[in-house]
Ligand binder design. Structure first.
Ligand SMILES: Cc1cc2nc3c(=O)[nH]c(=O)nc-3n(C[C@H](O)[C@H](O)[C@H](O)COP(=O)(O)O)c2cc1C
Length: 360
């Protein structure tokens, strides 16, 4: 194995959790858990990726115990006896195969889409709908308290169930990001206006998750500049603005930042090659996960061809970031990581949308 490839397959300890290598499965919604309960097929699907060489599974976004958290009946929940029993099977399978697993805690807020079956008004900072379906109400302080509580109780359930930590979904135009982004947050109380105020909900969620678990429990926070309705949207246009977002979150208890970009090789700000994960690591001193078209040459949801990993490996070896999350390449090929490790790149086929049809 080349020295740079070895960096990808070197273990890392985050908080008290040792990951067997630097590869994470990116969270990907599959909507294949009937009535919110992940079954044996979901367990086998995640286990297969660990057997295929992935060290850390970040699950698809999971529903919380709050009325407008999820939009679809087949998105798995992280509350209620049946769903928690289902997760038990998933966790055991991943651990038996030598991997680690954290659930992604998800509240969609006012991001309402036509495919959503759960027809309740969304909850969003200012009643803005960030999709093309349904309606949303502006959240009251009681609503905010209830949502923070739902994140905390899901984290407590995750810990009791044997998950290795949690990822808080603060990205992609969903609830927490709706507060962070001035395009969707028009509040004039202390949850709106300045960056500090827009970040208040995120920080409260992190602090509540910390209180509901314990000081050693691994908390990952995912965030993004881009939104599905606006790929060019930005929370921060300078490193200083980014600092004002991530520093309070680190102080609130985030252990690892997962900086979601669509192409990991693009510099985030002028004057430096660092990507968003690189800048976040530099500004906070916390470990970071990078993501976005790893192993693929295109951001398309339809199809993408394999892409060489040399630049990714150089950046990892230079400690720009600590872990690498892989999405579509892993949907298409559960054994992708083992093939990369063993120098069998020629057996990697790339991605086509066919991979979405089943849980293979
Ligand atoms: C089918 C699909 C479902 C996704 N669902 C989620 C999700 O539930 N939560 C999330 O944070 N990102 C989600 N994403 C984004 C991925 O986690 C990842 O950031 C993105 O696909 C870019 O990585 P890739 O180029 O390696 O696929 C999803 C992506 C795909 C393709």
């Amino acid at each position: 194995m080349s020295a740079s490839l070895e960096a990808l397959f070197t273990p890392i300890t985050l908080k008290t959790v040792t990951m067997p290598n630097r590869l994470a499965m990116a969270p990907m919604t599959r909507r294949m858990s009937p009535n919110g309960v992940p079954g044996a097929d979901v367990a086998a699907y995640y286990r297969r990726r660990v057997e295929g060489g992935i060290g850390l599974i970040i699950t698809e976004g999971v529903g919380l115990d709050h009325v407008s958290s999820s939009g679809h009946r087949d998105v798995p929940n992280l509350f209620g006896e049946a769903a928690l029993a289902g997760w038990q099977g998933v966790i055991e399978g991943v651990h038996a195969a030598g991997g680690r697993i954290i659930p992604q805690l998800w509240h969609i807020g006012g991001a309402r889409q036509p495919w959503m079956e759960i027809e309740v008004p969304g909850h969003s900072p200012s009643g803005v709908v960030l999709g093309d379906f349904g309606s949303a109400v502006a959240m009251s302080r009681d609503d905010i308290e209830a949502v923070v509580g739902a994140f905390a109780s899901a984290a407590a359930d995750a810990r009791r169930s044997g998950f290795d930590g949690v990822e808080i979904h603060g990205a992609h135009g969903y609830l927490i990001d709706q507060f962070l982004w001035d395009g969707s947050n028009r509040r004039d109380d202390d949850y709106g206006g300045s960056m500090e105020n827009r970040g208040r909900l995120a920080a409260e969620v992190v602090a509540a998750v910390r209180r509901a678990t314990d000081p050693d429990f691994l908390i990952v926070f995912r965030f993004s500049q881009w939104k599905p309705i606006d790929y060019e949207a930005r929370l921060a246009t300078t490193p200083e603005e980014l600092r004002r977002i991530v520093e309070p979150l680190a102080e609130a208890g985030v252990d690892v930042f997962h900086a979601s970009t669509r192409r990991y090789w693009l510099p985030e700000f002028e004057g430096s090659e660092l990507n968003l994960a690189g800048w976040t690591r530099k500004l906070t001193g916390r470990p970071t996960i990078t993501v976005g078209s790893v192993g693929l040459d295109d951001v398309s949801r339809e199809a993408a061809k394999p892409r060489d990993l040399s630049d990714l490996l150089e950046r990892l070896a230079a400690e720009e970031f600590d872990m690498v999350a892989v999405g579509r390449a892993l949907l298409a090929d559960p054994a992708w990581a083992n093939k990369i490790r063993d120098g069998r790149q020629d057996e990697v086929t790339g991605y086509t949308q066919k991979a979405l049809a089943s849980l293979t």
